[in-house]
Design a protein around this ligand. Structure first.
Ligand SMILES: [Zn+2]
Length: 127
């Protein structure tokens, strides 16, 4: 790069990271308007930043679930569908049971830790 000023490269990164002030943006864009070399470099940076952003936030196509289901072997697909529609209550319970049991286990553990001992239920009247 003939343009020796590293100032513009760090400004480019700042602008692309959306951390630049309006004034800094103006300084950069004014320079880009006159310096073709920096303009090319900026465009390259911009492209790779956008690519990176797209990779970290992948956009699933709308038909993603459908295409995954279509790739399953047909008998398995039907089994999942049939089981789910034949036992809607069981399916719902199965989905809810796991987080529920984790919550119960978690809260029990918390009680025990806080008091140093487990609460024991004593049956009957002991007076
Ligand atoms: Zn330049």
């Amino acid at each position: 790069m003939n343009c020796v000023s590293k100032k513009y490269v760090s400004l480019m990164n700042k602008v692309l990271d959306q951390e630049a002030t309006e004034q800094e943006k103006q300084v950069l864009f004014e320079h880009l308007a006159t310096c073709a070399e920096c303009r090319v470099h900026f465009n390259e940076l911009k492209e790779s930043t956008e690519l990176l952003r797209r990779l970290t936030h992948p956009q699933l196509p709308a038909a993603f679930t459908e295409s995954v289901l279509n790739q399953l072997p047909p008998d398995k697909r039907n089994a999942i569908h049939k089981w789910g529609s034949r036992h809607p209550v069981l399916t719902t319970v199965a989905i809810c049971a796991l987080p529920m049991s984790l919550v119960v286990i978690g809260s029990r553990r918390q009680t025990r830790n806080r008091n140093g001992y487990a609460l024991v239920k004593v049956s009957g009247d002991q007076t």
